[in-house]
Structures are given as structure tokens and as C-alpha cells.
Design a protein. Structure first.
Length: 357
């Protein structure tokens, strides 16, 4: 039977045997009359160890109202508290004043009141009378010992599982460390790439700025070139206008001269014609004065009869003047020589224009 126990259980039993910690199976807690009276009553070992010591559980109460007595942590004082969660948190409402002795029997107790520990001289923990005569070595029964051994085996299996988890965690830690190194290496490479990219971007920005300045200069040159081109076109237009204006003015002058020449020629011809007509009129008048009165008649009128009572044998000067004025109103045809001069001027006009152009 002893061969079935695990090494962990044997170690625990050996340690407890060396320390001489043989605990009574039951205890009676009594004497407290303060706010923690519900902690009073019978306590018995529940087969559970807390912080390396056996734990007592209150008997005869509802499971939700069970108080536990345990030896707590580093101070190794006995503590009473409600609930297992409070035990795990090392809390308590009643506590022994010292950690002397293997059991709480015979120790003085303090009570937690208003955030402070107050001495309770009436409170005590005693062993029931039916157990007082039993030897201390027989307090822990064989059943309790087997339960403790089973818990030790469970603890050993949990330790093995924890060791396996620790090994797995160690491997994961190594992998994570390697991943961290790779990440650091990748970070350094990324920083280098970012530095190169930054340098490249700076160079590109410089090139862009240079191109923008060149484009601006070209835009200014283009504007200046367009302005010069407009000026050149304007000057060429002025030159063309000047070249066209001179022949046009010349043509206009020639036309005016020709018109004036024609007008002058016509005026001269008319003057000569009028002079000839005046001479002819004066000659005809002279002839009329020398001819007899009965031979003088108009081409469109009949000769005057001698028996006309309204007509005298001698015409008056008014009648003779009327006939002469009728002859003056006739516009004779210009001589052929004047027409030839006008035609000659108009015929020579295209030659003059061609010579000017």
C-alpha cells in the first residue's frame, strides 16, 4: 500500500513528521461575544491544506455560511474567515496573537473591529473531551492519511503538467525571441529602406523643383517670345500698310490729276467752243444787219407776210436779239481733237499705275 504513494506525498509526510505537527481532528472555538459570534462552534479537519498546513472547516452550518480556520502564510498565525475565497486571499476576522505551538489550542485571540485588531480575552480554541485522552500521534486517521496521499499524487501530476507547460513555454519563448530578433532585423532593414527612400524623395523633390524653375523660365521666355512675335507682326503689318499706302496714295494722286486733267481739258474745250460760238454769233449778227429784212427767218418759222398788220417792215432790235439768243443756247458737239486728248489720258493711266507699283 505504501508503494502506491507518490514521492510528493512521502516528502510532505516526512516534513510534517519532523516538525511534530500532529493536529487534533476536531476543535471547539468559544468565548467570543462580539460581532463575529457566528464563527463560534465545532471545527474539524476537512482534508485540505492551506499554505502548507491543514485546514479546519466549521461543522453544522449551511455550506454558504461555513467558516474556515487556517494557518496563514508567512506570519503562520491561525485565522478564522468566511468562505474559501477569503482563505485564498489570506483574509480573516479572528486571529491568534502569536504563532507559538503546533495547534491553536491554548493561544490568545484578537478580533477585527473597525479596522483594528482588539484583544478578546474570553475567546479560546479547545479539544473536545472525548479526544483529549487520545495520543497526539493518532489524531490523523488512516482515511485522512490516504486522502492526503491522493491529493499529493494529484499535486505531483499537476507539477508534471506544469513542467510540461514550462517546457512548451520555454520553446515558445525561444521562438518568440527568434521572432523578435527577426522583427528587429526587419525593423533595421525597414529603417534603412526608409532612409534610402527619404534620400530618393529628397533628390526627386530637388529635381521637381529644378524642373518647375525651368518650366517657369520657359514660360517667361515663351511670353517674351510671343510679345516679340506680336511686335514683329505689328511692325510687318505697319510695313505692309506703308507699302500699300504709298501706291494707294500715288494712285489717288494720279486719279485726281487725271480727273483734273480731264476737267481742265473739258473746260478748255468748252471755253474754246464758247469763244467760237460767240464769234459765230457776232458774224451772223453782222450778216443779218447787212441782209434785207425779208430774207431773215428762222428755220422753224415761215417768212413773215407783208400784209400782217402786227408786223412792221422793219424788225425791232428786240426781235433780232431774241433770234441771236436762240442760236446761243444750242450746245455744239466738242471738237474731235478734245475727245482724243481725254481718251489718251485714260489710256495712259494703267501704265502709270504699273510703273508706280
Amino acid at each position: 500500500e505504501m508503494g502506491s504513494f507518490s514521492q510528493c506525498a512521502l516528502i510532505l509526510l516526512f516534513i510534517n513528521g519532523i516538525r511534530g505537527e500532529n493536529y487534533p481532528q476536531q476543535l471547539i472555538v468559544e468565548g467570543h461575544v462580539g460581532p463575529h459570534m457566528d464563527c463560534m462552534g465545532f471545527y474539524a479537519l476537512d482534508g485540505t491544506w492551506a499554505f502548507g498546513y491543514p485546514r479546519y472547516a466549521q461543522q453544522g452550518v449551511h455550506p454558504e455560511n461555513i467558516h474556515y480556520m487556517y494557518r496563514g502564510g508567512l506570519n503562520e498565525r491561525w485565522i478564522i474567515v468566511l468562505g474559501e475565497a477569503a482563505v485564498a486571499a489570506k483574509q480573516g476576522v479572528l486571529m491568534t496573537e502569536s504563532d507559538n505551538g503546533d495547534t491553536p489550542v491554548g493561544l490568545a485571540w484578537d478580533s477585527a473591529q473597525d479596522g483594528a485588531w482588539v484583544r478578546d480575552i474570553a475567546m479560546r480554541a479547545v479539544i473536545p473531551e472525548e479526544q483529549r485522552e487520545q495520543p497526539r500521534g493518532d489524531v490523523v486517521s488512516k482515511t485522512e492519511f490516504d486522502a492526503m496521499a491522493r491529493r499529493a499524487m494529484i499535486a505531483e501530476s499537476k507539477i508534471e503538467a506544469l513542467e510540461s507547460d514550462l517546457h512548451t513555454s520555454s520553446m515558445l519563448a525561444d521562438e518568440m525571441e527568434k521572432s523578435a530578433e527577426d522583427c528587429l532585423k526587419g525593423r533595421e532593414e525597414t529603417i534603412q529602406l526608409l532612409g534610402q527612400s527619404t534620400e530618393s524623395n529628397s533628390a526627386n523633390y530637388a529635381k521637381i523643383a529644378k524642373l518647375e524653375s525651368e518650366i517657369e523660365a520657359l514660360s517667361i521666355d515663351n511670353a517674351n517670345y510671343r510679345e516679340k512675335l506680336r511686335n514683329i507682326e505689328y511692325e510687318k503689318t505697319l510695313d505692309v500698310l506703308k507699302m500699300l499706302a504709298l501706291p494707294a496714295i500715288s494712285i489717288l494722286i494720279i486719279v485726281v490729276i487725271g480727273v483734273r486733267a480731264c476737267t481742265t481739258s473739258g473746260t478748255t474745250s468748252n471755253t474754246n467752243t464758247n469763244r467760237k460760238n460767240d464769234a459765230s454769233i457776232r458774224a451772223n449778227k453782222k450778216n443779218d444787219d447787212n441782209r434785207p429784212q425779208d430774207e431773215i427767218f428762222d428755220g422753224e418759222d415761215e417768212p413773215l407776210a407783208d400784209n400782217d398788220p402786227n408786223t412792221s417792215s422793219n424788225d425791232s432790235p428786240n426781235n433780232s436779239s431774241k433770234r441771236n439768243n436762240k442760236d446761243v443756247m444750242i450746245d455744239p458737239i466738242p471738237p474731235r481733237q478734245d475727245l482724243h486728248k481725254r481718251f489718251q489720258v485714260l489710256q495712259d493711266l494703267p501704265k502709270l499705275l504699273q510703273a508706280l507699283l
